[in-house]
Write a protein that binds this ligand. Sequence first.
Ligand code: SF4
Length: 490
Amino acid sequence: MSRRWLFADQLGPHFLDDRHQPVLMIESKAVFRRRAFHRQKAHLVLSALRHRAAELGDQARYVRAETYREGLRKVREPLEVCHPTSRRARTLVQGLPRVTVLPPRGFITSLTDFAGWADARRGALRLDDFYRFARQHHEVLVAGDEPEGGRWSFDADNREPPPKETDRLDVPGPPRITEDDIDAEVRRDLDRWEAEGIRFVGRDGPRFLPATPAEATARLRHFVRHRLAKFGPYEDAMLAGDPFMAHSVLSSSFNLGLLDPLAAVRAAEQAYRDRGAPLASVEGFVRQLLGWRDFVWNLYWYFDVGYRGSNRLAARRTVPDWWQELDADAVDARCLSDVLAGVRDRGWVHHIPRLMVLGNYALQRGWRPGELVDWFHRSFVDGYEWVMTANVVGMSQYADLGQMTTKPYASGGAYINRMSDYCGGCPYDPRRRVGERACPFTAGYWMFLDRVRGTLPGNARMARSLKQLDRLRDLDEVKAQERKRGDRAP
Ligand code: SF4
């Protein structure tokens, strides 16, 4: 049996054919030299890699090297590797004579099945359409040809604002992680690397994310039993005092390959069938994994290499330093300050702060999508190029002009006010677009629409907003005010 080379995001048992298969793992320092990752992300990746090597014992050959090529020079035997998750790594492995590249693992719908589905579509590719295909193809939450419960999507039921008069959702938090000697060693190494000049962003902190398949499986079980029921209704809601809400906080575990996503989908489905877990919540979770995660993974490979550079809304401004450096203390706007602090302190916030606070603000200000892909990739514990390309370029920044979504995800402060408890403690007022207390999101929304209106005339979903824009009598004032605010922290 050939030795299986495992990258640092291929760490679960499902990346091996046999539990005794010989393994190669290479820890490359150059990856961390190239760009400034979040310190907690570097810790998590190294911790997961070293924990897996310790678990495998003599079965694994663990090589520490500056680069993958240098590491490979120390190994003479033929190798096989599962299809890597970035174009750069794929080019590397495909150019190595002794290495056989196998199909990808760690995703549910294969690249071939996705391409077959996508090729048969005319025009834009849509999540709802793909998700329905995937549900049928993998027979998830279906009864014969029909969707369980009579609907493919319970999205409309899953948009509750947060409960009032509480700062926390009434669910037990994700199980705590206990650090061990491997974490202590990783922390010492990262301190040393920093002293040598390798730069990180964000703050160090106790590891709160699983680094082993066992920790990830325990968190999945706890989520399905105790948190899944509340996930659906509150998946879009935000509370300043409760960053995790009822989210699974498993994205990094799936993206490190610690958990098999189809097994997680089946666990949620089983909770619905055997234990009466609410269908809307189960469907919402399944949609994230079988639907959205696989959709963006497959789009990364399906779209050509130039997709990452798309900038069809002509967003030309450079992402400012306060944002790049996660300087939450420089920001007065409560929502943005809190979310940026979450990125600084944990390298993680759930998908709505990413989309409706961070992505929304960047979209309004016209920051370059390519720089944002890089920022999200480096600053989030679960960020990888395949994750962030379609999520940022297509979903969040609409820089592809609708190849995968129906409209830009731009909104004013009213949306944030409805879906969070942020606005009450903010010096700005979500209803105001001009003046001292003008909410930067509300003013920014109109400024954005005015900037891109020429690019969106045929978009029916934007027609109502553009009509409202036409009726705005103080638009010039809004524009002058926001020009003055520029890219300074609001
Ligand atoms: Fe955010 Fe505006 Fe609400 Fe302040 S008023 S928290 S800036 S949406």
